[in-house]
Design a binder for this molecule. Sequence first.
Ligand code: SAM
Length: 322
Amino acid sequence: MFSYRHAFHAGNHADVLKHTALIATLKHLTQKEAGLTLIDTHAGAGLYRLDSDFTETAGEAREGIFKLMASLRPPGKTPEPKPAKPGGKGPETAAASEAPALKDYLDLIASLNPDGRLKVYPGSPFVMHSLLRTEARDKLKLFEMHPTDSKVLAANVAQLKAGRQIAVARQDGFEGLKAVLPPPNRRALVLIDPSYELKTDYAQVSACIQDCLKRFATGTYMVWYPVIPRPEAHDLPRRLKTLATQAGKPWLHATLAIGSDEATAPALAVPGERRRPGLRASGMFVINPPHTLKAALQPALATMLQVLGRGPGKGTTLEAGG
Ligand code: SAM
């Protein structure tokens, strides 16, 4: 337990999918004046250095946010490159303006890196904070159990000077969530983003969603999961679909697979060392999604695939029901 540190993965393709979907959902929910309660059950450290040892070691951000920024917002070109002629191929044909949800995501990253060099990446707490409204009295509740990351998170959040608008708890997010649902303002967005370090996380996510739908059926629930060859991972979206359908609630399911990089993998830094394949695909399952989310994600996924897709197995899916 607790060998997972999100800093190794910050800004990878999975974060691109997760955070783009999160922003698109929040942008819709904050259009209504009434206050919102945002809950992040597995918050991580909140903010990551992209030039630290962690990210350098894994280099996952290079196959994610770095690639996306370089293709869609190269330095010196403002505000973003023009789309190429129809039929053109390659990343240079992608344009963030054709995918407003992706543009919103890239704008947020750019705002945190004002000198144009990518040094800082926001985790979900900072993504959520960027859309938090003081006047509506929105609240953000963060759970993180890792002894070090919970301290780093608390320190990062303290810099925001958000006072009681943001609460950080070093507590099990699955348990902590029970105590905060239903929220007093009766509007909530819950992000459930475990590390799936433990096989039991998959069952815990299903049990948690089942419980949430009983406690507060109208909340918006966003679950991230890895698409890996493991029965529990394969079953999770199916279980979530069943739970949403049984509760009579709409759902949306999006996946992004960047495919294998074996053909294009760079030479190994350490000769003879086996290169870890890394995560190649992940999904977001949303219960009670905004009615605008599917249309927002469609072009965003297409652009993500165009820029980040790298080999066999790449693709996206987007399905909604209920
Ligand atoms: N949501 C973050 C983001 O998008 O930036 C990333 C979170 S990371 C995938 C999962 C985090 O959950 C890790 O920091 C891990 O320490 C933490 N964690 C693991 N089990 C937990 C639990 N039961 N409750 C709260 N946090 C937990």
